[in-house]
Design a protein around this ligand. Sequence first.
Ligand code: ADP
Ligand code: MG
Length: 303
Amino acid sequence: MRFFNTEGPVRPDMHYCLPPLYRWDLGEVLQLIEQQKYFLLHAPRQTGKTSCLLALMAHLNGEGRYRAVYANLEIAQTAREDVPRGMRAVCGAIASAADLYLSEERLFDWTDALWPGYGADGVLNGLLKRWSRESPQPLVLLLDEVDALVGDTLISLLRQLRAGYTQRPEAFPSTVVLCGVRDLRDYRIHASSEASPITGGSAFNIKAKSLRLGDFDAAEVATLLGQHTAETGQAFAPEALARVWELTRGQPWLVNALAYEACFEIREGRERTRPIDVGLIDRAKFSGPHVQDRMSSSLSCAG
Ligand SMILES: Nc1ncnc2c1ncn2[C@@H]1O[C@H](COP(=O)(O)OP(=O)(O)O)[C@@H](O)[C@H]1O
Ligand SMILES: [Mg+2]
């Protein structure tokens, strides 16, 4: 029995969802990869970015032309201006992801071996070079939560990627995708290594494109809710559908949160023979954990 997910990325086998790969222009994404571009994906929190990146990794690895790895870099945030700590965390996150998704265990040892020669300011560059050379297929690196990093750690990450860019694809990842809530030019980096704040754009001027992931449109909201009807027989009244749209404007997490509350939390809503009507949606709006907070904040952002 699938359900509406409100905790992290969607898993199509467990959750009602729109196929993540088709939420963006997949043709454009594949063309950027084909052309060995480095690019950005950005959108506000809980829009579906991580779900898209994980689906892209599975798609690329399934096809076999590239080896793709998704790594979340947020653990490096607490390193702040401490580049050695930050780069330990970044290299560790990538090594761990390579192990998890590709059963590639060598990155931990390579990091240790490269550290003395490259130092913290070059170790990531050295690691990606080594890995790319040893990899039979070009690497595609999907780095999530990049803008969780701050100060010198963020600059070091961007500069080490930029420094290896011209060596791709033989000796550096063929594509790197940086994912976060902000567009790169909006990164304002206050770093102890620079006199005045610098922007992400100037630290990383090799970026080919910024893709922004949008919210659902009304038809997509209807499709998502319709999956529940198809699996359980429980209908949504047309006014209830309209109310979900009105309350969420398609914000992906909010749509799921309202629908979960109405269909899986409220007792009457759990009776599958009873259609979900507008009254249940209005109750869901008040009873769901944090739904109301999120609704007012995301709608005021959107407006
Ligand atoms: N393809 C999808 N179909 C339906 N709901 C989705 C989809 N992608 C994301 N969501 C909703 O958004 C939430 C956050 O997804 P996630 O991929 O973690 O977003 P982000 O990385 O942008 O924060 C999910 O818990 C789910 O409620
Ligand atoms: Mg995410």
